[in-house]
Write a new protein. Structure first.
Length: 221
């Protein structure tokens, strides 16, 4: 049994490159599992910066723009689109939601009138007791929906401070990640295992797959 375990260890974990990859994955999992809420702005900034890195690379390689200028152009466009979304689309969606909630009593009354007319048209199938049961069930559902909407609105108001912090921290971190990409990667590499060639190879393959996926989606659009 001991020889079998030694053989399994030599095959699976004896490779320093595999151990380096395993250490990086394990550290990432622990950080996200235990500190996910704390580092959430950082994770969001990393994902968005990664997505913006593609058009920045296009401007620097194809149009020969300096990286600083390309970063300002792409980042400025992103901030502009995000501002339009939050200042135009979000209020429109909010007004539509408020309008729907204000129309619920009228919709409820029309539904009530329709249900009360069913026994007259179909007396052999539906009686008033059945209508009352349906009416009470629908009323309970609507009241429950209203209470949920109120709770959601209160929770949204309570989260405005967190949203404000995110709106300030995430773009700030994104800008410096994009502007100082080389320095940041060099600094992070100091904390990575020495045997990280396999991890970089896997990351390169993942980047290629993600780029192919995004390119395919853009072609579909």
């Amino acid at each position: 049994m001991l020889e079998m375990l030694k053989s399994w260890y030599a095959r699976r974990l004896g490779d320093p490159q595999a151990m380096g990859l395993l250490a990086i994955l394990l550290f990432g999992f622990i950080a996200i599992y235990f500190f996910g809420d704390l580092i959430a702005p950082l994770l969001i900034a990393i994902v968005l910066a990664y997505l913006l890195e593609m058009p920045i690379n296009f401007l620097t390689k194809n149009l020969k723009l300096p990286r600083m200028l390309a970063t300002i152009v792409i980042f400025g466009g992103f901030i502009g689109l995000a501002t339009v979304f939050f200042l135009v689309l979000v209020p429109m969606l909010w007004n539509q939601t408020i309008s729907l909630l204000s129309d619920l009593p009228a919709m409820f009354n029309k539904l009530n009138e329709w249900l009360l007319g069913l026994p007259e048209h179909y007396p052999e199938l539906i009686d008033y007791s059945m209508v009352d049961a349906i009416f009470n069930s629908v009323r309970e559902k609507i009241l429950g929906f209203g209470e949920s909407a109120v709770k959601l609105s209160l929770a949204s108001i309570m989260n405005l401070v967190s949203l404000g912090i995110y709106a300030f921290l995430v773009p700030l971190m994104m800008f410096f990640m994009l502007k100082d990409k080389g320095e940041l990667l060099q600094g992070v590499s100091r904390f990575l295992p020495r045997n990280r060639h396999l991890a970089f190879k896997v990351w390169t393959e993942m980047q290629q797959q993600i780029a192919n996926y995004i390119h395919g989606k853009l072609l579909e659009i």
